[in-house]
Design a protein around this ligand. Structure first.
Ligand code: SAH
Length: 237
């Protein structure tokens, strides 16, 4: 009897937890809580006001598979299919903050994935270009941008290693998959005075988020920021 009750209770939990979506107000409360957790977890490097506002606005639960939407506001990466993940909110906050974006900036993202990071960028800047190598993921994200009204995000399916030369130069470039080296085409497409973030390292080894700055005179400096864990950058380079 007890086991039957436990099974029924578990069933009810799954049913009410997963099948019936939360209300917009409940999602909003969870979103605010997540952003507060991200600020606390950021320690000495809390995200700036524009990043906080963007993350309070972007509905992360719309960027994950429906069955995971109740977990969307945990400070965790989540699977999005095709062996890929939506990044951890803490990392999205840190990366976005490090780009020091201005309203008129043009940003390139490599690795659209779910589209969440691009949406956060699009809340802050005028135009976002994002490239995804896995066609179904790229198409799904494009549909999402359209339905959520992000008409300042342009999408492309292809190998982001080569960037988006027709739209270059960019004020900022964000690579959201781990590369073995800084892709030279991306460095070329970065404006003097611009910033690029790229996780560097071999798959399954420690990777470091690198901040690459192109100085106004064209010279390049790099700084190692924090250890990170990203899926590998694919492609034949
Ligand atoms: N920014 C995403 C998460 C990135 S996961 C989000 O907010 O959800 C990394 C993504 O990079 C995956 O979707 C993967 O398919 C993509 N990717 C890997 N190699 C790539 C390449 N060479 N060019 C473009 N996208 C690539």
């Amino acid at each position: 009897m007890n086991r039957q009750f436990a099974a029924a209770a578990f069933g009810a939990l799954i049913y009410f937890g997963c099948v019936i979506p939360l209300s917009a107000a409940e999602y909003e409360a969870l979103r605010r809580k997540m952003v507060r957790e991200v600020i606390v977890a950021s320690g000495n490097s809390p995200p700036g006001a524009s990043v906080v506002a963007a993350m309070e606005k972007v509905e992360r639960h719309r960027f994950v598979p429906a069955w995971l939407s109740i977990f969307a506001y945990r400070n965790h990466p989540l699977p999005i299919g095709h062996g890929q993940t939506i990044s951890q909110p803490l990392i999205v906050a840190r990366m976005t903050d490090l780009l020091k974006l201005k309203k008129d900036d043009k940003v390139l993202e490599i690795g659209t994935g779910s589209g969440y990071q691009a949406a956060v960028l699009a809340e802050i800047t005028k135009s976002v270009y994002t490239i995804e190598i896995i066609e179904p993921l790229g198409n799904e994200a494009a549909r999402r941008f359209q339905s959520l009204g992000y008409d300042n995000v342009k999408t492309r399916i292809g190998d982001g290693y080569y960037g988006w030369p027709e739209a270059a130069p960019f004020d900022a470039i964000l690579v959201t998959a781990a590369a073995s080296h800084v892709p030279p085409p991306l460095l070329k497409q970065l404006k003097p005075g611009g910033r690029m973030l790229v996780p560097l390292g071999a798959p399954f080894m420690t990777q470091y988020l690198m901040l690459v700055e192109k100085q106004p005179d064209g010279s390049v400096t790099t700084h190692q920021i924090v250890p990170v864990r990203f899926v590998p950058l694919r492609g034949g380079h």
